[in-house]
Design a protein around this ligand. Structure first.
Ligand code: NAD
Length: 483
C-alpha cells in the first residue's frame, strides 16, 4: 500500500514509513497555507522512534557492506525517476508549502541534482595511505559510515533539504530516520517511496510524521542514533545541540539567516534591484538565504530604492497553482502574523514604507523599508518573509561593518564592478558563503554550504563532497605482515 493515497485529490493520507511499510495512527487534517484541506496525516508518536531506529540498525548491517558504487547507483536511478515525476512532486510541494509551481519545479530539479551528485560520489569515496619507516607495515585510513543518522528538516524546502541530506547519508552507508516538518511532510514520504522503488532496501530509510517537541526530540535523544543533521531555526538548533552534546552524538546544525546585499555606487541600479528583488521576494522570502538587508552607498541609493520598490509593486501575489503568480502566500497565518509584526515594529521605529500593505493573510506583499537605524529590530531577527530594509552607508568599510554586525552569518553578496572592493568584501565578511554580483539565494550541489555564527554550529558543511565528512568517520588501520 502506498503511504500517500489519492495524491491528486484533497483526500490523501500521508503516513510515515518504517521498514518500507506505512506507520502512524489517527487522522489529523493537514491544511495548506490558504486553509484548504490537503491531506490527512497519520501521525507517529515517540514509541515509533524506537521501532524506526531498530529497523534502521538491522537494515544498516547489509547496507554498509553494499559496495559504495552500488549504493550510489540507487541514488542515480532515483534521480532519473524523480526527474520523470517532476510535475507530481512539484504539485505536492506547492499544495503543502505554498510556493509557486515554477519555484517548486526548480526545487525538484535541485533535488534531482543532489541525488545525481551523491550517486556519483559512490565511485569517489576514498581513504588515505600514510608513509612509514617499516617495509612490512601499511598504515591507511578509510571512511566508514556512522550507523544510524537522524535527519530533521524544515518545511521551506520540503524536498530539496531531505534530498541534500539523504544523498551523502545513504551513499556513505548509513541508515536513516528522517523527521520532516509537520507543515509539509508529503514530499519526504514520496521521496522515500521513490528511493525504495529505485532499489533502496526497506529499513535503510525510515520516515516519521510527528511533532518536533515529541518525535523530533525523541530522535535527537535516542541512543541508537549516532548523529543528527538538523536544518531549522536557531532556537530549536540550540536545544538539539544541548541534548545531542550530552550523549556525545555528532550534530550538524544549519540554521537561520539575515542575509545582506551591499550595493556600491558603480553598480547599475536596475540590475542591482533585479538581483535584490529575486533574493528578497522570490519564494515569498521564505529561504534561509533570502536577502533582508541592503547596504548601499549614497550615489546609488535613490535610484536603487525607486527601482526596487517598483519591482516589489509589480510582483503578482496569488495561489501557487496559478501560472500568473510570481509568489505564493506565507506558509501559514502564524508566519503572516510574525512577519507583519516585524514590519509594524520597523514602522514604529521610524521606517519609511515604500510599498502598499493590502494583501489579505496569509499573502504578504513584497515590502521595501528605508530610514532604519543599524540597531533596529529587523536587523537582529530572521524575517523569513518578502521584506527588505535598505540602509544608506558612507563607504565599503561601513557596509562591511554593518554586514558583520548581525548575529547571523549565512550568505552575503556585493554588487559592484570594482575588483578591489569585491576582493575586500570576500576577505572581510564573516559568512559561510560570499558572492559578487550574484543573488544571495541559490547554490550549486557540488559546492559546500553552511553558515557561521548563529547560522550554524559550523562543525560540518552540507552539500558537495564535503558533506561526506559529517556522515563518515575515519578508521585508522595498521596492517603488518611477515616478510
Ligand atoms: P523549526 O526549527 O521550527 O523546525 C525544524 C524542524 O525541527 C521541524 O521538523 C520541527 O518539527 C523540528 N523540531 C521542532 N522542535 C524540535 C525539538 N525540540 N527537537 C527536535 N526537532 C524539533 O524550523 P522551520 O520553521 O521548520 O523552518 C524554518 C527555519 O529553517 C528558518 O529559521 C530557516 O532559516 C531555517 N532554514 C535554514 C537552512 C540552512 O541551510 N541554513 C535552510 C532552510 C531553512
Amino acid at each position: 500500500m502506498s503511504s500517500i493515497q489519492n495524491l491528486a485529490t484533497n483526500r490523501s493520507v500521508i503516513a510515515g514509513r518504517i521498514n518500507g511499510r506505512p506507520v502512524g495512527g489517527g487522522s489529523r487534517p493537514l491544511h495548506g497555507p490558504t486553509g484548504d484541506l490537503v491531506a490527512h496525516l497519520s501521525l507517529s508518536d515517540v514509541p515509533d522512534v524506537d521501532a524506526a531506529v531498530r529497523a534502521a540498525v538491522d537494515a544498516q548491517q547489509a547496507w554498509r557492506r553494499t559496495p559504495p558504487p552500488r549504493r550510489g547507483e540507487i541514488l542515480t536511478r532515483a534521480a532519473a525517476i524523480l526527474a520523470e515525476r517532476r510535475t507530481e512532486f512539484a504539485a505536492a510541494i506547492t499544495r503543502e508549502e505554498g510556493k509557486t509551481l515554477r519555484e517548486a519545479g526548480v526545487e525538484v530539479d535541485r533535488a534531482v541534482d543532489y541525488l545525481s551528485f551523491f550517486g556519483a560520489e559512490g565511485w569517489r569515496l576514498a581513504g588515505h595511505e600514510f608513509a612509514n619507516l617499516e617495509p612490512n607495515l601499511r598504515i591507511t585510513s578509510r571512511r566508514e559510515p556512522l550507523g544510524v543518522v537522524g535527519l530533521i528538516t524544515p518545511w521551506n524546502f520540503p524536498l530539496a533539504i531531505p534530498a541534500w541530506k539523504l544523498g551523502p547519508a545513504l551513499v556513505a552507508g548509513n541508515s536513516v530516520v528522517l523527521k520532516p516538518a509537520l507543515e509539509a511532510p508529503g514530499p519526504s514520504v514520496l521521496l522515500a517511496e521513490l528511493l525504495e522503488s529505485a532499489g533502496l532496501p526497506p529499513g535503510v530509510l525510515n520516515v516519521l510524521i510527528g511533532g518536533g517537541a515529541t518525535v523530533g526530540a525523541a530522535v535527537v535523544a535516542h541512543p541508537g542514533i549516532q548523529a543528527v543533521s538538523f536544518t531549522g531555526s536557531t532556537e530549536i538548533g540550540r536545544q538539539i545541540a544541548a541534548v545531542a552534546g550530552q550523549r556525545m552524538a555528532r550534530v550538524q546544525l544549519e540554521l537561520g539567516g539575515s542575509n545582506a546585499t551591499v550595493v556600491l555606487d558603480d553598480a547599475e541600479p536596475d540590475v542591482a534591484a533585479e538581483l535584490i528583488a529575486r533574493s528578497a521576494f522570490g519564494l515569498t522570502g521564505q529561504a534561509c538565504t533570502a536577502t533582508s538587508r541592503v547596504y548601499c552607498t549614497p550615489g546609488i541609493a535613490p535610484a536603487l530604492v525607486e527601482s526596487l520598490a517598483a519591482r516589489a509593486r509589480a510582483v503578482r501575489i496569488g495561489a501557487g497553482t496559478d501560472p500568473a503568480t510570481d509568489i505564493g502566500p506565507l506558509v501559514n497565518p502564524a508566519a503572516h502574523a510574525r512577519v507583519a509584526k516585524i514590519v509594524e515594529t520597523a514602522v514604529r521605529e521610524g521606517a519609511v514604507l515604500h510599498t502598499p500593505r493590502e494583501a489579505p493573510p496569509p499573502f504578504f506583499e513584497p515590502t521595501v523599508l528605508t530610514n532604519l537605524a543599524p540597531g533596529a529590530q529587523i536587523f537582529e531577527t530572521e524575517v523569513f518573509g518578502p521584506v527588505v530594509a535598505v540602509v544608506e552607508v558612507s563607504s565599503l568599510a561601513e557596509a562591511i561593518a554593518c554586514v558583520n554586525a548581525s548575529r547571523y552569518g549565512l550568505v552575503a553578496s556585493i554588487l559592484t564592478d570594482s575588483l578591489a572592493a569585491a576582493q575586500t568584501f570576500t576577505d572581510e565578511v564573516r559568512a559561510g558563503t560570499v558572492k559578487v554580483n550574484e543573488a544571495t539565494t541559490g547554490n550549486q550541489p557540488n559546492v559546500p554550504f553552511g553558515g557561521l555564527k548563529d547560522s550554524s554550529n559550523a562543525a560540518f558543511k552540507e552539500q558537495g563532497s564535503a558533506a561526506l565528512d559529517f556522515y563518515t568517520v575515519s578508521k585508522s588501520v595498521y596492517l603488518r605482515w611477515a616478510s
